[in-house]
Design a protein around this ligand. Sequence first.
Ligand code: AMP
Ligand code: MN
Ligand code: MN
Ligand code: MN
Length: 287
Amino acid sequence: MPEIQADLHLHTKFSDGTMTPTELIRLCVDRGLKVISISDHDTTNGLPETFAAAKSYPDLTIIPGIELSTDVPGGEIHVLGYFVDHNDSELQKVLQTFRDGRKGRAEGMVKRLGEMDVNISWERVKEIAGDASIGRPHIAQALVEAGYVEYPKDAFDKYIGREGPAYVERMKLTPEDAIKLLLHHGAVPVMAHPTYSESKSDRDEVGSLTETLAGLKEAGLVGMEVYYGDYTLEQIGYLKDLADKFDLIPCGGSDYHASGNPNEPEPGMAGPPLSTVVALRAAKDRM
Ligand code: AMP
Ligand code: MN
Ligand code: MN
Ligand code: MN
């Protein structure tokens, strides 16, 4: 296998990762990466620091990114947007509404936990999240601190996974909406982690992936993740065939969060060939 030089799926403190962009970039450079994308959930607030920090590493290419969450019956689909423009004020207004929705929903989950006599304080969760786009990993961290679970991932299995007793839904953006929003704002839409991931145990196969992809391609989807996180060679092969079938750019990355979970894929442990970066750039140039 050729060495992995691109990792197009990374999170920072600006959403549910725990590293600053500066720390993460340094780690990526140390691990030999040449192209990375910071793709935080529902926010581009980490991008100014990302670009500032990247000035120290002229050989490193940054693709500005974002990851949007959408709901489909029985599951969720995440859509990455590459070459997103963080200075687009119209887009910022929309992202703010997504983050507001995250906040109310997180508070709802803390309340549900309390009703189950699992007591973590909303104040503490907000403190852990800081200015970030708040997410379940912040609640999971509070549950670890309070001793209810050993690792953040156990909080998903026990309480806040989709089937968990304290799970609360949030706003319903469809994947088609997310794709249209990204295209409208000049970002290249890519479907994230289309199938089961071992390290994120509540993440099942997107129901009838072939049908879903056909619909999303119609809506303007440009790529899909193939080289993702802990995917096995078998999963990668299956997804690469699907990407080829639908003429989607095969993307990928580690989805690193520095989460503290055991066996978390690290930057550079998964990623696409550099030809993917060329294809994404060309897709952006055609927009
Ligand atoms: P949210 O965006 O609030 O719905 O939370 C989803 C985030 O939680 C994902 O982006 C992952 O970072 C993390 N996550 C989801 N499922 C799991 C899991 N089973 N174990 C650990 N982390 C997870
Ligand atoms: Mn996440
Ligand atoms: Mn995701
Ligand atoms: Mn992600």
